[in-house]
Design a protein around this ligand. Structure first.
Ligand code: MN
Length: 249
């Protein structure tokens, strides 16, 4: 099995090393990852600049682009054939709820899904990477089970979040839906030394709407969360209602 590993924290991030080591128990691993941090780049594709790939060592390239660029360049040029599996992560930070819409980690897996390759995104839901390294053996088990299950549904990727607790304290695996998060005060406005206003997005208080069955609830109760994500954003339940508006021009 040929496995491509990418991430959005850059090829030097500890998380991708842990993921690649776990993946090596399943097959041949090739790492193609950004040369620097590309978090929150979502599904950005670089179209107006050339991309350069540099071989760091056997089986490891970095690319001066986004996670989506990395998957495109790896599949289109760097790998000898289309990979059987694409893994993205381990992200340094959670990707739950609406995070998945901003995440470069999830987008890397999503790009593989678009290319028809089974893909799994993995994120560690802690602010520091304190317990991340201990998750290697659990990931090996989980990934091998997912690969054994085999038939990934089309247009679907699996989004894994790991709880920020020691791996040996994990209570189990829950299959979940996305929670909803609400950022409060996440925009900071201040004045720079030249007297001009600037804005800084991020931080602030986060509130969650996270009943049982959601990714956030699973993480909060010490479980590994696995969410199947579909690429079809159509609100199918609303098609008839909107059609009844009888829109015309
Ligand atoms: Mn990241």
């Amino acid at each position: 099995m040929l496995i491509l590993c990418t991430n959005d924290d850059g090829y030097l991030a500890p998380g991708i090393g842990i993921l690649a080591d776990a993946a090596r128990t399943l097959g041949d691993v090739h790492v193609v990852a950004p040369d620097r941090e590309q978090s929150a780049m979502s599904h950005a594709l670089t179209m107006h600049f050339p991309l350069r790939a540099r071989k760091v060592q056997d089986g490891v390239h970095h690319v001066d682009g986004t996670p989506t660029d990395c998957v495109a360049v790896a599949v289109g040029a760097l790998l000898e054939r289309k990979p059987d599996l694409v893994l993205s992560g381990i992200n340094h930070g959670p990707n739950m709820g609406e995070d998945v819409l901003y995440s470069g980690t999830v987008a890397g897996a999503m790009e593989a899904t678009i290319l028809g390759i089974p893909a799994i995104a993995v994120s560690y839901a802690g602010r520091s990477a304190e317990h991340m390294a201990g998750y290697g053996p659990l990931l090996e088990t989980l990934l091998s089970q997912m690969v054994r299950e085999g038939d990934f549904p089309r247009e679907t990727l699996l989004n894994i979040n790991l709880p920020p607790i020691p791996a040996e304290q994990v209570k189990g695996v829950q299959v979940t839906r996305l929670a909803r998060r609400v950022y409060l005060d996440s925009l900071t406005q201040a004045v720079d030394p030249n007297g001009r206003p600037y804005f800084w997005i991020g931080g602030g208080e986060v509130e969650w709407s996270a009943p049982e069955g959601t990714d956030f609830h699973a993480i909060n109760t010490g479980h590994i969360s696995v969410t199947p994500l579909h690429l079809d954003l159509t609100n199918h339940a609303l098609l008839a209602d909107v059609a009844a508006w009888n829109l015309s021009v």
